[in-house]
Design a protein around this ligand. Sequence first.
Ligand SMILES: [Zn+2]
Length: 594
Amino acid sequence: MCRADAWPLEKARAANNTSITPAQLIVILLGACVQLGVTGSAAPNCVAIGARTARWSPELVGDDARKPRAVGLAGWQCDLMMHAEQLNPEACYRALQTRDGRFDGRLFVGVISTGIYCRPTCPARTPKFENCRFFPSAAAAQEAGFRPCLRCRPETAPNLGSWLGTSNTVSRGLALIAEGALDGERTNVEVLAGRLGVGGRQLRRLFKQHLGVSPIAIAQTRRVLFAKQLIHDTRMPMTEIAVAAGFGSLRRFNETFQRLFRRPPSALRRKTVLPLPAGSVGAIGVTLRLRYRPPYDWPAMLVHLRAHAVTGVECVVNEVYRRTVQHDGQLGTIEVGQLPERESLVVTIRFPSVRALPTIVGRIRRVFDLGADVAAIAAHLAQDPLLAPLVAERPGLRVAGSWDGFELAVRTALSQHLSVEAARRLVSRLVRLCGTPLPAELCVGTTLTACFPSAANIVAANLAPLQMPSARKAMLMALAEANLADPSLFQAPTTIKDTIARLRAIRGISEWTARYIALHAVHEPDAFPAFDIALRRGAAGVDAQRSSPAGLNDRAEPWRPWRAYAAQHLWAADAALQSASSAALRQMLSSSTS
Ligand SMILES: [Zn+2]
């Protein structure tokens, strides 16, 4: 084993005498795996600091949303992360010694002498280097025979699926597994692969390449870690936890815990319960903490949610977001607040069936964009002088996801050519007209009254009272009928292109509408609606010249593969400009009348 004469980080610091951003540090540490050449084999994806060389995995080429034409920092970060099996032990050990939080969620250490695996931030004494083995995922550590640490609790590491899965297929697969796609008797890898538009063998190969394990191992680890979190954070009975986490039987659940933790599940129960954020309506329901990688711009997320909140379905009160949820014909509510000192969102779910918990938690992760590594994204975007000041101003900005595919399609279709507020009022009227009323016990203490209308509700409704053009009513009907005919139509979007093609097949859906819905539905970090007027105004506001969609698309090339985040920054800049100019206008009007 050879050693480099100087630690690459110190070399890099000495070379440019500037501070190193978290993303650069990650690149340096991971780059060290190639530079130190531990195995002695020449790595094909060799990188040098500042050289900006990169190769893009051929697997991505079929997916035009991610294919980079200009590759910046994120390009070679992605390339390095794609070859996670090359994690360099010495570089990883440095991260472990410094308990570097930036590696939390993307690096796990198995300790041979104890048989336990930890997060890099574990407060326990740092093990000897020769006793450590490093893994890119908790599942890989668990598959190698390590047990989860009871101190640092790997189940609470930020779930950076979208980062680890720099492959679109892998990140979509991870999201589906998190929602329980491999739980239950009628599920298997072939079915999952089919939903992702690939073969089972290809999916296994991609998982192995990116995460070091099979999809089944990921699902098993998810079940164990989710159950462990429910045991630790809630008062749910063990039988319910076994069901909620997707274990086939209580016996399997008990055996698994005995094997992994060497004690019965009940011995892992915590004595105290989680503190609830201010403004919570009560402690009933299941309350969980979902960790994110800081910073998190919670006020900006709440502003977005409040501006779009559909009356009766959603509300934002006292820094807490609430909404009604419907799953498999059952109704419930969720409540989401922030615990900044714990770098977590705290979520209370009230739902009659515990089986729905993984799906609901998965959706909350998507809506609140918990998988984003905003520090790494910001480091990439800040290389562009246009975006640098925006990123510096709002470092924790996230891209809000959608709760449900059909709901998103309806909201998007109705909101065209309307202001955000007018669209919100129109959708609220639709909910009043045909939303499913919420049981009284779930409404207590909130303004929530109904669930978003299902496709069946809309088809059965008389839309006459809705004040909108008849063409739009026909489009709404067509969306609902299409969803009734194929309930999975809006639930399993694959790529932007595929989603557009499926939507275009629906009568009355224009190319424009289809593109808009697809961009939002896919929750693709590289989605970029260059045709959006506010986005172009935002870009013009900071660049002093309004770009055409084509011009803006060209301008956005270097922002790949995080263009959705760049768009978020431009929208925020536009909103700030608009409110500043309307304040100035109000000021002018009031001084002219006085
Ligand atoms: Zn630990």
